[in-house]
Design a binder for this molecule. Sequence first.
Ligand SMILES: [Zn+2]
Ligand SMILES: [Zn+2]
Length: 276
Amino acid sequence: MKLYNTSSIHTHTTFCDGKNTPAEMAAAAAAQGLRTLGFSGHQPLPHVNEWSMTEENLPRYRAEVERLRAEWAGRLDILLGLEYDWCTGPRRPEGFDYWIGSTHILRGPANGRLYEVDESTRQMQACIRDGFEGDTAAMLRAYYRQVVEVAQMRPDVLGHFDLIVKTNRDGCLFDEDGEEYRAIAGEALDACIELGVCFEMNTGAVWRGWRKDAYPADWILRRMAQADARLTLTADAHETAALRFGYERAAARAAAAGVRTLWVCTAQGWQRCAAE
Ligand SMILES: [Zn+2]
Ligand SMILES: [Zn+2]
């Protein structure tokens, strides 16, 4: 089995918005032949929401992952991770084996409201219309500025770089192939590459029927390949069946874009593996 198929480190459980418990995820990971399972529960947010852990859940999450780490020792390496969100402020998470740095939320400067960029097309339409006074480019610049700010905090993995395209079905919000979008995203991409972050190729939106292909887009992959940027495969799995969903296809796409090496997170540190 290819090394990249043995590791899944972007996962969610019933402690946040996942469907399975950590124990169920660990048992499934072992049964599927994984060697490394990392839990990356959504960090508690400063406002009420439906998908992150709560402050009171966090210590329980930590304790349960530690319990499973001991229980599965020697059979499955379990890592305690966290998916950080930009809106919690520029403070690096501490006390975790690794953390994924993500931007899920935008604050509209016109009205101060928070919008979830990956929730629905309707919410993003409202975000552009009310939060950014109809200025789509300003919304895109704000999103990618936040992505770069997260990258500057040196997360172990930069979460779903171009998540902003998730609800952009058939280009209903903006033209993903247009010059304007590519200039804004491309500038952020270059900044993140310069910072040396590890990007993820995230298959979660394909599993959930939002997108045909995993993030990031092919043109971004090609630019990463040219710059020899680090890239790891993740499933953003919210249930056991998705633990390494779409890895083979994503790896083939990465290879077609010129990516030679994929980075694989293990309990012994990052290892490298041929993309094809
Ligand atoms: Zn995320
Ligand atoms: Zn996630």
